[in-house]
Design a protein. Structure first.
Length: 177
């Protein structure tokens, strides 16, 4: 049953990705739908042991994506870019968190600490979306002269680490630690 569940996940992922491409939608949307449909909150077709491993599988997938990004980066290009690459690591997340802290208490009736935790969740950048696109840009030679794909990949990777640290800090404050 475990292997059938894995086969079902892969088959529906490829099928829905293909359908999304035909509909001129991002294939990632099809894969997200394929992850929801056989899961426990829809058709409940997956084996419980696969669901128990899902956290570990997500960690492995994230490691593969970040490793792929790291292998595609060129350190000498990042040194040439310099300050803009460093600013891409922190500034976007800081502004997003700040905006949520300012506006969420007004609209969502939550306190500032809860707003900060929410802001860190919303500020996180998905490497599963960013890295493949930037690698594709590098392969096609788009923006490589100014180092744009490298800068965005490096910024997204460090941004995630920064947001995770901020999330841990704000969560600890919210828990009273």
């Amino acid at each position: 049953m475990f292997l059938m569940s894995i086969a079902l996940v892969f088959f529906t992922g490829f099928l829905f990705s293909w359908i999304a491409k035909i509909l001129r939608l991002p294939p990632l949307l099809g894969m997200i739908a394929a992850g929801i449909l056989p899961g426990p909150y829809a058709l409940n077709l997956l084996d419980g042991s696969l669901l128990a491993l899902s956290s570990d599988l997500r960690q492995i997938a994230l490691i593969v994506i970040v490793l792929r990004a790291g292998l595609a980066l060129n350190v000498s290009d990042l040194k040439k870019i310099g300050r803009p690459a460093a600013l891409m690591c922190f500034l976007p997340a800081c502004f997003e968190i700040e905006a949520i802290v300012v506006f969420a208490p007004m609209f969502l009736n939550i306190n500032y600490i809860e707003a900060a935790v929410t802001g860190t969740v919303l500020a996180a950048v998905s490497p599963a979306v960013i890295v493949p696109r930037m690698i594709m840009m590098q392969e096609n030679g788009l923006g490589t002269q100014k180092g744009i794909p490298q800068m965005i990949m490096a910024g997204a990777s460090v941004d995630d680490v920064f947001v995770i640290v901020m999330f841990t800090a704000f969560s600890s404050i919210a828990a009273g630690e």
